[in-house]
Design a protein around this ligand. Sequence first.
Ligand code: ADP
Ligand code: MG
Length: 649
Amino acid sequence: MNANDSQQAKVSTPLPTREGQGGGSLSILHQYFGFSSFRGIQQDIIESIGGGRDTLGLMPTGGGKSITFQVPALAMEGICLVVSPLIALMKDQVEHLRERGIKATAIYTGMTHDEILVALENCIFGNYKFLYVSPERLHSELFQAKLSHMRVSFITVDEAHCISQWGYDFRPSYTEIAQIRKLLPQVPVLALTATATPAVVDDIQRQLGFREPNVKCMSFVRANLSYAVERVVITKEQTVLELLQRHPGSAIVYTRSRIATYELASWLSAQGVSSTHFHAGLTHREKAERAAAWQRGDIRVMVATNAFGMGIDKPDVRCVIHYDIPDSPEAYFQEAGRAGRDGDRASAILLYDSHSVSVLKHRLEDTFPPVEYVAQVYEDVCCFLQLAMGDGRGVTREFALEQFCQSFRHFPVRAYNALQLLSRAGYIEWADAEENHSRVMMSCQRQDLYTFQLTSAMERVIHYLLRTCTGIFSDYAYIDEKEVAATLGMAEQTVSEQLVELSRRHILRFIPRKFVPYITFTQRRLEREEIVLPPAVYADRKREMAERVQTMIGYLLTPQCRSDYLVAYFGEKNAPPCGICDNCRSTAEALSSLSSEQMRDLRRRVLDYVAQHQVTSTTQIRIPDVSAPLLGALLHRMMLENELPTLLT
Ligand code: ADP
Ligand code: MG
C-alpha cells in the first residue's frame, strides 16, 4: 500500500484498541503512515511503552523515533503528551499528523492565552491524540490545571538528552518534566534521543524518575557511511569544489556562519555547481522554498548553518561536508548522519587546516567568557535598559542585541553567550528573536460564512484559508502573509488589512506575528559583584565542553577507524573497523603493500611481543620500525581473525 492509499483509508477506520499489540501496531503503521514493516528497534520500543514501562529509546538520527511514540499513542486510549525543544519541529509534526487525519495540537511560548486555552480544551474534550508542548510551558498553572482533566496515555520526551547537564544541549526547562511526572504518577514515560554518552543515558533515566532502568538501544554504526578528514591544501572553497566533483549527487555543506553560507553557495554556483544557501535568518518562505528545491533535486548542493537539518529527511544525500569543525561529536554525528539514509554508499567529510585546533579552543573561551565579563554584560544591559539599582523584579523590556553591542562595544558572540549564561543562572529570561508566525482561527460557523457581506478580496483570503488550513474552525493555524499574498497575487499589506478587517467583524481571530526580542528580569537589579554563576551553569559545563572539543581534536588526529572512534564515544566499544573510512582505507593499502612473507614475519613478532610482555590492550603492543597506522591495521586484522584470543581491548 502506498502513502496515498493509506491516507484514504484513515478517515473511516476506527482506532484499534490496545488488545492485540503486535498486529494492532503493524496495522496502525500501515494505515496511518503507509509503511509495511517496523525498522530496527521500533517494535521493541513500542512494545515496551505499550506495556506501561518507562523506556529510553536510543536510535540514530533518521532512525525513525517519531513512529515509536506515534504508533503506540494511536493504539492506546487517551492523549499522548509530547515534550519537544524546538517550536519549528513541533509545528512540523503537528502538521504532518493533521494531514493524516490525526488530531494533534501544540502549545508553546509566543501563543496568546486565548490560543492556549483553545488548544488545551481541545485536548480535554476533543478526542485529541497528541499534545505537543514546549518545556517552558510545563510549569504554567493553566497548563497544569488543564492537564489534571486529561486522560494521558504516556509522556514522550523527544530529544531527551536536553534534560541532562552532561548532555551537549542542556535545557534547564526540561527539568520541569520531573514535576509533571509527579502530577501523573501512573503514566509511563518514553524518552527518545539520538545522542547520549553512557553517563547521559544514566542521567536521563534518573532525572525522569524511571521506575526501573530500561534502555532500548540500536547500534550507531552506519555501515554505508564513509568518514574522512580532508586537509585543506589551497583554499577551503577550492577543496569543497574538488570534493563535490569527486562525489557526485546531492550534498550538504555545513558552515558555522550565515555569511559563509551565502558566499560559498554563490561561489559554487559561479563554478557551475548548482547550490543554494540556508540559515535561521531567512524568512519562512525562503527557507521552505530552498529546502524544497534541494529536496526535489532541482538544486544539488545546500550550503547551510546547523539550522538546516531538523525535520529534513532526504534519503539520497551522497555527501555531507563540514567546512568548519563542529564543537561536539554529538553535533558532528547528527549532521554527518544525514548522508546516505537510503543505505547506499555516502561520505561524511570534515575539512581541516592548520587553524582548526586553535579555532576550536577559542570557541570554548567565547562560549564561556570570564565570569567578570558576564557580570559586566549584566551591568551594561541594566544601564542600556535604564534599570535602577534594586529595581526591576519582573520587569520585561524589549531588547535588541545588535544595538546593545554597538552602544556598549561588545563582541556579539561573547555578549550573546554572556546573556545565555545569565539566563541559565536565573538572573534574566531572554527570548531572542524566535521565529514566530501569524495565526488565524475562524470564529464563526462554516455555514454562517455565506451570510456575511464580504468584499471580493476578503472572499479570496477566506477561500485561501479554508483550502490550505486544516482544522481552522477549531484551532489556530499558522499563516505567512507573504505566501498568501504571492498565491493570491495581492500585496502583502492588503492581505494583512483584510485579515484585520475580518477580525474586526468577528469572522475570524487574527494574531499578527511579532518579532520583538525581550529580556525579563527575574530579580531586582543586583550589584555587579553579586552576580555568581554556579558550577552547574559555568564551571561544570565549561569542563564538559572542553572534553567535547578535545574529542573533536582527537577525531581529526586519530589514526584509528573513524567510525569506531565516534561510536566508542557513544559507548559502543569493540565495534569492528568500518573498512571504508579514510584511515581504514589507507591502512588496508599499507597492509596490501606487504608481501605475504613480510606479513607472516610481522604477525610472528606481534605474537612474540604478546608472549613476552604483560599486555592488557592492543595499544600497549610496540614493534620497532613499524608505523602506528600499519601496526593498528595489522592488529585489527589479527583480532578479527581471532589470532589474539585471550586478550585484549
Ligand atoms: P528521527 O526522529 O529518529 O531522526 P524520524 O522519526 O524523523 O527520525 O524518521 C525518519 C524517517 O524515517 C521519516 O521519513 C520516517 O517517515 C521514516 N520511517 C520511520 N519509520 C519507518 C518505517 N518503519 N519504515 C519506513 N520508513 C520509516
Ligand atoms: Mg526526531
